[in-house]
Design a protein around this ligand. Sequence first.
Ligand SMILES: NC(=O)C1=CN([C@@H]2O[C@H](COP(=O)(O)OP(=O)(O)OC[C@H]3O[C@@H](n4cnc5c(N)ncnc54)[C@H](OP(=O)(O)O)[C@@H]3O)[C@@H](O)[C@H]2O)C=CC1
Ligand SMILES: CC(C)(CO)C(=O)C(=O)O
Length: 326
Amino acid sequence: MKICVFGAGAIGGYMGVKLAQAGADVSLVARGPHLAAMKSNGLKLIEEGGEETVVSVTASDNPADLGVQDYIIVTLKAHSVPPIVDKMAPLIGPNTTIVSGVNGVPWWYFHKIGGAHEGTRLESVDPGNAQWDGFGPDRVLGCVVYPAAEVIAPGVVKHIEGNRFSLGEPDGSKSERATALSQALSSAGLKAPVRPRLRDEIWVKLWGNLSFNPISALTHATLDVLCTDPGTRAVARGMMLEAQEIAEALGVKFPIDVERRIDGGAAVGAHRTSMLQDLDQGRPMEIDALVGSVQELGRVVNVPTPTIDTVLALVQLRARTAGLYA
Ligand SMILES: NC(=O)C1=CN([C@@H]2O[C@H](COP(=O)(O)OP(=O)(O)OC[C@H]3O[C@@H](n4cnc5c(N)ncnc54)[C@H](OP(=O)(O)O)[C@@H]3O)[C@@H](O)[C@H]2O)C=CC1
Ligand SMILES: CC(C)(CO)C(=O)C(=O)O
């Protein structure tokens, strides 16, 4: 089984080391100094408990070097995917599965969902239908990424916590391709359950990213603070309740309530969300995938989103004034 991890930064690098350590036929697409470091010295993973592993990896910035794959696991930031759809072509053959390990509402959300919205495209996450038309939604296997990791130096990934990558077919079936990948990831020491209702998990994760991430970018507060301060907790709650109404209109069942989700955020502790880290480090922020996409879904199901609209406008302007958002 040939697996390519496209965008081997924090999450992709973590997966790449675990798969390579387990003897999988894995290759990585990366770029710049991070790629140069992993080519010269191998890719180093510092695990949750401090244990360090260095593996030698097959890595390139040119997909043509790596050939056709059985699975391409995409671990790019959401906004980085549409521009590289054409670049991925040498990795794709008739039976290639594309695993979308990207936060936010996935571009394939309405593929095989059934009902009135079947086939709806989302401009916020797939401008110009680049992925829908370029990859084709039938290739896609969904994935919700739970681990937290960071590239702390070129060629060095620090794993912070978690090892679950939930997988799910857009139609909820337990397919052969999902089961085979789940086994490969499990052999590498990762948890990879195949879920019949992946969209429910997407929303529970998204609840946090939708609200905590922009609030942290606007306030520079860590999760423990913004989830317990009465004012920002109320803003997060307002956004999450609007999102819940949208998701439920689309058939999602939430296994927990908003208060429990916010308490879960607080329990993570003094974490600076990825959006705040991106702002601080001058990197583009995942605003469209995490917040704009939920606003767009609200328009699809005619649910008003006044709190989401307000926070989205503020964080967009914050990012624009930092030169990080067009
Ligand atoms: N990090 C985390 O803890 C978590 C992340 N996620 C999600 O996972 C996804 C990946 O996040 P994360 O791993 O943090 O992101 P990173 O930025 O660490 O990794 C993406 C990597 O892809 C590289 N890249 C971008 N464009 C190209 C290209 N055209 N060719 C080759 N390489 C490219 C980037 O290089 P460069 O740095 O040069 O741009 C970077 O090394 C996101 O959707 C994120 O929200 C989900 C849960 C937790
Ligand atoms: C906020 C958190 C921890 C989950 O809600 C996260 O995923 C992020 O920092 O992007």
